[in-house]
Ligand binder design. Structure first.
Ligand code: SF4
Ligand code: SF4
Ligand code: SF4
Length: 396
């Protein structure tokens, strides 16, 4: 395990409870204890991977710690689980930075840690889609509607007299989370729909807060008093995702999250074999979804680790070193990033037969005709074409 910080747990340590009240930190604590007790697991804290070579079954990584010490590790697979972070609202965004305006996560922490007594509040406003579904981050963060509904229910349970207003564009409590949305409504939480072009305005007012919003459903403007305004901040990719993607030659999508090989058929695989993906490094997701995905990634890695030998596809590209001119065309065009240059003279291309997918792209592009695909060599294709044109069907 290569961990960039000085502890395990990542962003989950900032969460407190699940929708149904489960203690997230307790589960994480148990997992960390299990990792520490397992002699087969080595954790490199304050570390990062500075170099990686090889492919499935024979990766070689250099891990560097904060003091600059380097450790070489051989490994069969790689799983990217670098996570994501909460969007930090800008100063002044929905009044953020002013008294009483905080993110939903901070509100949850303050209540759970005893810093804020729900009974001390009279009016509370949630504002949804903060930092999501806008020009900067076009995607839905998927977890913030459920987080708001969860906190609204927990606060209502602690203080039934608390007035809670949720300013939303759409409520996306997908799956069984919809039951909690219904429960929140039944408990008296008021949901007010606003348009993207008419967002709520938060102002300090006589020692309290006032939120003005144009209610799309009612077709008129309302002003809500508030002791706290909780911003449902979205999930954004980590800044260092780009460095990790470059180091491992992996693809990021336009939102900065890691791109899987196929959204439905290979949701936790990368295009290169032996490299897997899980958690919010892939996209915004809830804790239970991240756990399911990590089980899937572990199962895929286990299917490699459980073998004594790996079989490569028979149809792979082979470089004729005598013809290779070192032009790096194959390095550029391979969709899986397989060809590498060996430093011999001008450089000679090298293609790992274990990693090659046999797509043939480099074969067609090599200007020196130095690459052939096993089973589809020029001489074999030529013989097939010749046979095709000399073939005379039986008139009968
Ligand atoms: S989950 Fe809800 S609050 Fe979050 S971005 Fe999607 S619609 Fe907006
Ligand atoms: S494209 Fe052909 S000539 Fe160029 S580096 Fe690759 S194998 Fe060598
Ligand atoms: S055959 Fe396809 S996968 Fe293999 S090295 Fe060439 S371009 Fe890459």
């Amino acid at each position: 395990l290569v961990e960039q910080s000085d502890h395990l747990g990542g962003e989950t340590l900032n969460l407190r409870t699940t929708l149904d009240g489960g203690d997230i930190r307790e589960v994480v604590k148990q997992k960390i204890a299990a990792v520490n007790a397992n002699n087969n697991i080595t954790v490199h804290f304050n570390s990062k991977i500075v170099d990686i070579n090889g492919g499935i079954g024979h990766f070689k990584s250099i891990i560097q710690d904060a003091a600059g010490n380097k450790t070489e590790v051989m490994h069969a697979t790689v799983t990217i689980a670098t996570g994501a972070v909460e969007y930090q609202p800008k100063d002044g965004e929905y009044g953020f930075g002013g008294d009483g305006v905080l993110t939903v996560r901070t509100l949850e922490q303050q209540v759970a840690d005893g810093q804020l007594d729900p009974k001390s509040l009279k009016d509370l406003v949630f504002i949804q889609c903060v930092g999501s579904r806008n020009d900067e981050h076009k995607y839905c963060s998927r977890v913030c509607c459920a987080a708001t509904v969860k906190n609204a229910i927990h606060l209502k349970e602690k203080n039934p007299d608390l007035n809670i207003y949720v300013m939303y564009r759409d409520i996306r409590t997908y799956g069984m989370r919809e039951d909690y949305y219904r429960k929140a409504r039944e408990m008296g939480v008021i949901f007010v729909r606003f348009d993207k072009d008419q967002p709520p305005v938060v102002a300090q007012s006589g020692g309290r807060l006032a939120v003005t919003v144009f209610d799309q459903t009612m077709g008129r403007e309302f002003e809500f008093p508030a002791d706290r305004v909780a911003l449902a901040s979205g999930v954004v990719a980590r800044d260092n995702a780009i460095d990790v993607s470059r180091g491992f030659k992996l693809t990021l999508n336009t939102d900065g999250f890691f791109q899987e090989a196929h959204v439905k058929l290979q949701p936790i695989d990368f295009a290169s074999e032996g490299e897997y993906l899980c958690g919010t490094a892939h996209s915004p997701m809830s804790v239970d979804e991240a756990i399911s995905q990590s089980y899937a990634a572990a199962a895929h890695a286990g299917s490699v680790l459980g073998k004594d030998e790996l079989e490569s596809d028979a149809c792979v590209a082979v470089v004729n070193e005598e013809l290779c001119a070192g032009c790096v065309t194959c390095v550029r065009v391979c969709p899986y990033g397989i060809p590498k240059m060996k430093n011999v003279g001008m450089g000679i291309a090298e293609i790992s037969p274990v990693e090659c997918h046999g797509c043939g792209t480099c074969v067609g592009q090599c200007p020196a005709k130095a690459i052939e695909l096993c089973g589809f060599k020029d001489i074999q294709l030529g013989a097939m074409i010749e046979e095709l044109f000399t073939f005379e069907p039986d008139p009968a």
